[in-house]
Design a protein around this ligand. Structure first.
Ligand SMILES: [Zn+2]
Length: 169
């Protein structure tokens, strides 16, 4: 396959906008889930156009990649767009890595994470519950696997309940 080193031809700002809409179709929010208000000024601009925001409610600092597979990446936005395009079009990892001048192993890892995310999205989008401090809170009312659950014998539920039933239910 012929290689076209086109990453430098793409506009960083436009690539950033594209990633914004792709990664956060419902809008950007902090790690605790507080939505970023419209027009809030960035907290840090060292890596323009990837700016950091500080949440006004919980003071957590975050950017476009926080909470995604690209968290902590040093790749430019245009490279990320081309990687996503390559993944979606099933371009072989080696070709993609060579074309974009990236490390093969790193691209392969990203590809696996990207695929994992797709599978998770297909089965069910992950739900995150957290309290105000940002700690994860166990979900209620969710059935657990039998091994970790209650020890009640199945027979007891079949026996008729002695005594009066609850009134007013
Ligand atoms: Zn927050």
């Amino acid at each position: 396959m012929m290689q076209f080193p086109i990453s430098e031809l793409l506009d960083e700002q436009k690539s950033y906008q594209y990633l914004w809409h792709t990664l956060h179709p419902n809008g950007l929010s902090c790690p605790a889930g507080h939505p970023l208000p419209n027009g809030q000024a960035p907290h840090e601009r060292k890596r323009w156009p990837v700016v950091k925001y500080r949440c006004r409610q919980c003071v957590k600092v975050f950017d476009l990649f926080t909470g995604t597979i690209w968290c902590g990446t040093h790749y430019s936005c245009s490279i990320l767009v081309l990687l996503l395009r390559g993944f979606a079009q099933a371009v072989p990892t080696l070709h993609l890595a060579q074309e974009l001048g990236l490390d093969y192993e790193t691209v392969l890892n990203y590809r696996h994470e990207w695929q994992d995310q797709l599978l998770k999205k297909k089965s069910r989008s992950p739900r995150r519950c957290s309290d105000r401090s940002g700690r994860a809170v166990p979900e209620r009312g969710r059935k657990r696997p039998a091994s970790s659950g209650s020890r009640r014998s199945p027979a007891s539920s079949r026996q008729p309940t002695p005594g009066p039933r609850h009134v007013g239910e």
